[in-house]
Design a protein around this ligand. Structure first.
Ligand SMILES: NC(=O)c1ccc[n+]([C@@H]2O[C@H](COP(=O)([O-])OP(=O)(O)OC[C@H]3O[C@@H](n4cnc5c(N)ncnc54)[C@H](OP(=O)(O)O)[C@@H]3O)[C@@H](O)[C@H]2O)c1
Length: 325
């Protein structure tokens, strides 16, 4: 299996390193901006795109890789459910992928796992049907390992006024991907979302915090809280809470990932303590998705259309049942 990795940042570099250690996988890259053609047009079995979060920015790269006959997996959060922002663009790339008989998948940890794939899995044991449940997912994440570019885009290192202005003009996004996760789950279980409400507020540091890539002064944002609520039939159906901080323990936060589903038989609580490490989890889930990507039917799919990511080879690649046990 030949895999090409575009994006020479944290995720691209770590994913390439993970894949290079596996027998049977040949990795090219990670490639930087200057090596775009080499990265995307080699006709590799799979192209990993780990560059930016935004659908319009990765779309030309996805298009080029699909035209080269490659399956594509991207960590761009907006690509986890591309129909949310641009159904026309999603449909065009879906059609191109079908024509070339390849698959496109947006995947990662969040979106791609905690707020969607894991929720769908947990819903499997909750009686009550799609409309008989209410979902709450909460993550508290240590942001200290992210690159400076990502931290600034998330909203770290701003005064309260700058944070408000940046959130309004789009320079500060907070974590991206909650509407995409909600729509992945909704589509999977057949729920129609009326609208998604959102709010974000900074967590201002009392004292300076120094990271190798960024220093936050007292009075600047060292973290933020986000709340997204998907409304179905006029009622809250799926609530997503996210607290990101560059020094969570010092600020009194314990990292965690929690899913709470309220169903007819009472609540179901899935708790991951401490929360999944983003620097380890994101490259792992991308590397562990190569096989399911290659085995998938053509078109633009979501993580809810596929089996779980897993290390090693899929059942299809392993041969008949029993042969590898
Ligand atoms: N779904 C998920 O759970 C998940 C998980 C992890 C990451 N992500 C997303 O995946 C992306 C990569 O994450 P990361 O941690 O690896 O970020 P990173 O360390 O900042 O690296 C990003 C790399 O991509 C390059 N790049 C940025 N925009 C580009 C563009 N438009 N075209 C080509 N190259 C570009 C950057 O180059 P320059 O330095 O030249 O700008 C940098 O080398 C981010 O947008 C992040 O939010 C999603």
């Amino acid at each position: 299996v030949r895999v090409s990795v575009y994006g020479a940042g944290q995720v691209g570099t770590a994913t390439a390193r993970l894949l290079a250690a596996w027998p049977g996988i040949g990795v090219s890259g990670p490639f930087g901006r200057g090596q775009r053609d080499e990265a995307l047009s080699s006709g590799a079995d799979a192209v990993v795109i780990a560059t930016t979060s935004f659908l319009d920015q990765v779309a030309p790269d996805i298009e080029a890789a699909v035209a080269g006959g490659s399956n594509v997996i991207t960590t761009a959060e907006e690509a986890a459910y591309p129909w949310h922002y641009d159904a026309g663009l999603a449909a065009a790339l879906d059609a191109a992928a079908r024509e070339r008989a390849v698959t496109i998948l947006g995947a990662g940890l969040n979106p791609g796992f905690v707020f969607d794939a894991l929720v769908v899995t947990a819903l499997g044991v909750v009686p009550g049907g799609p409309l008989g449940v209410k979902v709450l997912v909460e993550r508290v994440v240590d942001l200290s390992g992210f690159s400076r570019a990502i931290l600034r885009r998330l909203g770290i290192g701003y005064s309260a006024d700058e944070f408000t202005a940046g959130s309004a003009d789009g320079a500060i996004t907070g974590h991206i991907g909650f509407p995409q996760s909600m729509r992945i789950v909704a589509r999977r279980i057949g729920v129609r979302i009326d609208r998604i409400d959102r709010a974000i507020e900074p967590i201002i540091a009392d004292a300076a915090i120094e990271l190798p890539q960024l220093t936050v002064a007292a009075g600047q944002s060292a973290g933020f809280r986000q709340r997204y609520v998907a409304i179905v039939g006029g009622e809250p159906w799926f609530e997503a809470l996210f607290t990101g901080h560059i020094s969570p323990a010092a600020a009194g936060h314990q990292t965690r990932d929690e899913i709470l589903i309220d169903g007819a038989a009472g609540p179901l609580h899935v708790a991951i303590n401490p929360g999944i490490n983003p620097q380890a989890g994101a490259p792992a889930i991308v590397a562990h998705s190569i096989r399911r990507l290659i085995d998938a039917p053509p078109g633009w799919l979501t993580v809810a259309d596929l089996p779980p990511a897993s290390p090693g080879f899929s059942i299809a690649a392993a041969g008949p049942q029993g042969e590898t046990s």
